[in-house]
Design a protein around this ligand. Structure first.
Ligand code: ADP
Ligand code: RBF
Ligand code: MG
Length: 405
């Protein structure tokens, strides 16, 4: 495919007043990997395995950190940068091209496993319904794009434009791809809001003159601040109205709606035996949480962004309301992701090892850090109050039936 000459767009004249108005209308440009689709775990898994085979001297965590730093780049650039940072070129005599030749076929065989990020479909359907133009600016080459979007063709078809890595001369963090995407959408870069999950992507968007919303797919959130207008936890936390875009209208107000609200999400069911956690729920917080093992529930967990949810829980033949956290508990900075429901019921005894079933029906908020333990506890009690109230109402109350034997 030919490269786009972006200088062409720099001093564009508008053909008509309509075109000029169009150019200033709020427009959205989306990154693909890690923003709309969940490719990052797969890439991590395959690339780590290949790199460790080449260089057994490295530890998985060193490889993981290096992989996070190249995220968002085009495949060959990422592969070269990875070789350089891990010294594969000098110590193992492996080039970026050679590494890519090994990882590519393994990834190609598995792209079709890739799923949409939580909230991606909701976002695109909302933008489409409100007539907001949106397009894709992805470092992925066109050949991978087809494979990655197999099963999500309708999402790809919704895009008003697609700019892939092979259509530009320079990849992210160069601004070229976002300049090209805004031009294709007929919008000034300053009218475009970019959604990105990587530091190189945010840098590219900011340098193109776009507004930038970061939804990091890596753990280091600090490195996004210089390049982003806002750093969020997931697509559920988008406040589009802050960027001149139409607000979502599916949040349900709780009380007068000024403080609390709940977002209905596609219902997710999970079950498993209750396992031991870090042992601080009851002792430190006075809030026991019945942890489930995350490994067998990978699909369900990937369908939910990290955050605080509500729903119903069934144990010992009875169903109760519950609030739960899925994530890394920023207050405690856990290294392991956990699933922790607090059942809103007084139990006589523990139920470790017993089978627990959950249906998750609504999202309350992202996980937050707090300055004091009291503030965390107070917030969790407020989450519980929200759950007690809204789980009596539609569309949630009917979901209780799903747990009936
Ligand atoms: P851990 O870190 O091992 O999960 P917690 O202090 O969070 O320890 O306590 C959780 C355990 O407490 C659960 O596994 C369950 O057996 C018990 N428990 C008692 N009441 C509740 C409740 N209302 N909600 C959740 N778990 C409860
Ligand atoms: N941990 C956090 O660090 N930040 C939070 O915002 C947070 N919210 C929670 C909300 C609910 C409803 C529940 C049940 C737990 C929450 N936790 C949060 C997790 C809490 O820190 C954890 O359950 C304890 O550390 C016990 O493992
Ligand atoms: Mg617990």
């Amino acid at each position: 495919m030919d490269a786009i000459d972006v200088s062409r767009f720099a001093s564009r004249r508008f053909a008509s007043p309509l075109a000029a108005a169009r150019a200033m209308a709020p427009t959205v440009i989306l990154d693909l990997d890690g923003t709309l689709i969940n490719t990052e775990q797969l890439v991590d898994e395959i690339c780590t395995a290949v790199v460790l085979e080449i260089a057994p001297r490295l530890s998985p965590s060193v490889v993981h950190d290096a992989l996070e730093r190249v995220r968002g780049m085009r495949p060959l650039e990422a592969s070269r940068a990875l070789c350089a940072s891990l010294e594969l070129s000098t110590l193992e005599r492996v080039t970026g091209e050679a590494l890519l030749e090994r990882t590519s076929p393994l990834l190609d065989a598995r792209w079709r496993e890739v799923r949409l990020m939580p909230g991606a479909r909701r976002l695109l359907e909302h933008l489409r319904a409100r007539g907001v133009p949106f397009g894709l600016a992805t470092s992925t080459p066109a050949t991978y794009l087809k494979e990655k979007m197999r099963g999500h063709e309708d999402v790809l078809a919704m895009m008003d434009c697609v700019v892939t890595g092979c259509m530009v001369n320079r990849g992210k963090p160069d601004p070229e791809i976002f300049v090209a995407a805004s031009a294709k959408l007929g919008a000034e870069a300053s009218a475009c809001v970019v959604l990105e999950d990587t530091p190189v992507g945010c840098e590219a968007a900011r340098r193109a003159g776009c507004k930038t919303i970061a939804i990091p797919s890596i753990r280091d959130r600090k490195c996004f601040e210089a390049w982003s207008d806002v750093v969020l936890h997931s697509l559920y936390d988008l406040e589009l109205e802050k960027f001149g875009l139409p607000a979502f209208d599916d949040w349900l107000p709780v009380g007068d709606g000024s403080a609390d609200r709940v977002l209905p999400v596609p219902t997710i069911e999970m079950r498993g035996p209750v396992v031991k956690g870090f042992g601080r729920g009851s002792t430190q917080l006075g809030i026991p949480t019945a942890n489930l093992d995350i490994v067998p529930l990978k699909h369900q967990v990937d369908s939910l962004a990290p955050g605080i949810y509500l729903g119903f829980a069934s144990i010992r033949g009875e169903t109760h309301k519950m609030v739960m956290s899925i994530g890394w508990n920023p207050y405690f900075d856990n290294s392991k992701k956990t699933i922790e429901p607090w059942l809103l019921h007084e139990f006589e005894s523990d139920f470790y090892g017993e089978e627990l079933s959950l249906v998750v029906v609504g999202y309350i908020r992202p996980e937050a850090d707090f300055t004091t333990l009291e503030a965390l506890v107070e917030r969790i009690h407020r989450d519980a109050e929200v759950a007690r109230v809204v789980l009596e109402r539609e569309p949630f109350v009917g979901k209780r039936q799903m747990l009936m034997p």
